[in-house]
Design a protein around this ligand. Structure first.
Ligand code: DGP
Length: 121
């Protein structure tokens, strides 16, 4: 699978779609999820062109990986969910229902969550 330059997050990174920037540095951008599933629901994406967590882990440089993870931790602090707790979700591939093929981490918090997975339907 090749990276699709027209995915929504690529457009956000290029400034072609508007978003509220919560945090940005040379490695990552954080912005609110358009369809929040919790009082705090923010997406953190790397600046590089990676499709999924698998792709990022396999191809990103150690500097990019460190930079992204540091940004993730920093955003959790900015969102003030460290003490109350939060969840990081990275969907990868069809079974996870990943919708946007640019690697992203969801940071969710601000409410009590169920244990890891919803029951099977
Ligand atoms: P995932 O299933 O992990 O690929 O989740 C993608 C998330 O992206 C989903 O929760 C909704 C969010 N999203 C989709 N389009 C946009 C958009 O244009 N702007 C923002 N801020 N979020 C979006």
């Amino acid at each position: 699978m090749t990276y699709d330059d027209n995915n929504i997050f690529a457009k956000i990174l290029r400034g072609e779609l508007p978003t509220k920037k919560i945090y940005e540095d040379e490695y990552a951008l954080a912005f609110p999820d358009i369809s929040p599933q919790a009082p705090v629901h923010v997406l953190v994406i790397p600046k590089g062109k990676y499709i999924s967590a698998t792709d990022f882990g396999a191809k990103a440089s150690p500097t990019e990986i460190t930079g992204f993870y540091r940004a993730l931790s920093h955003v959790a602090k900015l969102l003030n969910v460290e003490a109350s707790g939060y969840r990081i979700i990275c969907n990868a591939g069809p079974d996870s229902q990943q919708m946007v093929p640019h690697f992203h981490a969801h940071i969710l918090g601000g409410r009590k969550m169920g244990h890891i997975l919803a029951p099977k339907d």
